[in-house]
Ligand binder design. Structure first.
Ligand SMILES: Nc1ncnc2c1ncn2[C@@H]1O[C@H](COP(=O)(O)OP(=O)(O)OP(=O)(O)O)[C@@H](O)[C@H]1O
Ligand SMILES: [Mg+2]
Length: 344
């Protein structure tokens, strides 16, 4: 049936038309990608072997009412989830049931991510909040009148409140970066100056952890379009991480270099390496470091005031700059976080 076929071809998702005898009448190309035999004039249940589809098809024919079914398709390592709508179509020479396969995998994933995110944020906020509530109770009860204890508790409460404040600040910053993801920065930044100021700001942290900080700049530092506040955030987090997680006596070196072609970005790039001589990161953690709230040792990171959002923000900022972050590490030797920014 030619008219059915041209309708099927016009549908922007996999679609199959099945006649009243439950035999396939036709399918579009997208459906043939899903199942090579989708358009074969054979009984539907022999071609699409998931029983739920067959049952829904029968119901569609017997009741005439629209039906819905879920169809799982495995494409190599990917599991794709389709929401299939089945509708009885009748009129003129056309008689049958139309099945449209709507890929809802990304919706499901986005939904899961949103739920995880809310759960994570609530958990991160609850920990300091519980501590603060506990201290308030103590101050109102057992520690009433004990000036020394009050001082101690108040400073702990201030630290916990500070942590909540940082978390909210990081969340806002993340959402701002995401909002601007498609707006390319246009101002020209002097990265040499910018990194020097980050290094200056972090000197006290280096001193505190007993580490050292060294900036190895090239002879002619290139200037490029960028958002200086955001790039400041990128280098602050990377250098701060190197100092904080590198541990006592870590040597942090920042090196700048250019390369005529990056094998991923395929353009000339500027590379800024932040190297540390810390404990290193096991390979299994590396791909997950830029996930929100991902920390290797969450206890240690929290103790240092970390929110686990730093690298997620770094990644978004670099995406906005059409750059990327690369992480290499050898356990026992140290880590190298490289910021790669396009030069054209
Ligand atoms: N140079 C490094 N050496 C070892 N581990 C690191 C290094 N940099 C980051 N990490 C690990 O990656 C995790 C995530 O880092 P990220 O900057 O995203 O969060 P954070 O430092 O915990 O919090 P925030 O940056 O928001 O204060 C850290 O908790 C730490 O476990
Ligand atoms: Mg950090």
């Amino acid at each position: 049936m030619k008219s059915v076929q041209s309708f099927l071809d016009a549908i922007p998702m996999p679609a199959v038309f099945v006649g009243p005898q439950m035999r396939i009448v036709g399918a579009n190309d997208r459906a043939r990608v899903l199942n090579a035999n989708a358009g074969d004039p054979r009984p539907f249940v022999l071609v699409f072997r998931q029983p739920s589809l067959g049952t829904s098809l029968e119901a569609c024919f017997s009741t005439g009412a629209p039906q819905k079914a879920i169809y799982h398709h495995t494409d190599g390592p990917h599991e794709i989830r389709y929401e299939v709508t089945l509708r009885r179509v009748q009129g003129g020479e056309i008689d049958g049931c139309l099945l449209c396969f709507n890929d809802t995998t990304h919706l499901k994933q986005a939904d899961q991510m949103r739920r995880d995110f809310v759960a994570n944020v609530s958990h991160e906020l609850r920990t300091p909040l519980t501590a603060i509530l506990g201290f308030i109770e103590t101050l109102q009860g057992p520690a009433r009148g004990d000036i020394k204890a009050q001082d101690r508790f108040l400073s702990t409460m201030a630290a916990e409140a500070g942590r909540m404040n940082r978390l909210v600040g990081d969340l806002l910053s993340l959402s701002r970066v995401e909002e601007e993801a498609r707006v390319r920065p246009t101002t020209i930044v002097d990265l040499d100056q910018l990194i020097r100021s980050v290094v200056r700001n972090l000197e006290p942290v280096a001193e505190e952890v007993g580490g050292s900080l060294f900036f190895d700049a090239p002879i002619t530092p290139p200037k490029l379009p960028g958002d200086s506040d955001q790039l400041l955030q990128v280098f602050t987090n990377l250098i701060e991480n190197a100092l904080k997680y590198g541990g006592e006596g870590t040597e942090v070196t920042i090196r700048m270099s250019t390369s005529p072609r990056d094998h991923v970005l395929r353009v000339p790039v500027l590379r800024i390496r932040v190297e540390d001589t810390g404990p290193g990161i096991a390979a299994s953690h590396i791909p997950r470091l830029t996930e929100r709230f991902y920390r290797i040792d969450s206890h240690r990171s929290r103790a240092m005031g970390g929110t686990g959002l730093g690298l997620a923000i770094v990644k978004h900022i670099l995406n906005r700059h059409r750059g990327r972050l690369s992480v290499e590490s050898t356990v026992g030797e140290g880590s190298v976080f490289t910021v790669i920014l396009p030069l054209e």
